[in-house]
Write a protein that binds this ligand. Structure first.
Ligand code: SF4
Ligand code: SF4
Length: 128
């Protein structure tokens, strides 16, 4: 059994889960993070800290993301078929690499965060 990182992490990657993992089995690709199923000890520490609810136990994956169990596992299978750090040399699983750009919902979060940060630094933006 293992935990799995699904699509909401793509292009978010805030790494909150990495800090919680006691066995350092969460690895970073270009657009998302991946849990190595050979190393995960099923402790659940990563799941509650994810701000976008991307982490699931493999038995609890929503149906639309059921293939993410394979996506995570295949990321660690080398071209020779032996388990390794990454099949793509630090890139992404092909299905992740092929996803379109940021989901509009994530863009919205990102734009809001930037504006909020800028507004906190200076109130020049806002006429009195
Ligand atoms: S369930 Fe535990 S061991 Fe597995 S990835 Fe999450 S924090 Fe790491
Ligand atoms: S906490 Fe969630 S969004 Fe952040 S890197 Fe981990 S899985 Fe991705």
């Amino acid at each position: 059994m293992t935990y799995v990182i699904a699509e909401p992490c793509v292009d978010v990657k805030d790494r909150a889960c990495v800090a919680e993992c006691p066995v350092d089995c969460i690895y970073e690709g270009e657009r998302t993070l991946y849990i190595n199923p050979e190393e995960c000890v099923d402790c659940r520490a990563c799941e509650p800290v994810c701000p976008v609810e991307a982490v699931f136990h493999e038995d609890d994956l929503p149906e639309r993301w059921a293939h993410y169990t394979s996506v995570n596992a295949e990321y660690f299978v080398s071209l020779s078929g032996e388990p390794g750090r990454s099949a793509t040399g630090g890139g992404d699983h092909p299905l992740i690499a092929a996803l379109p750009g940021q989901h509009p919902r994530k863009k919205g979060i990102s734009v809001f965060a930037i504006r909020k940060e800028e507004a906190a630094e200076a109130d020049l933006w806002f006429p009195s």
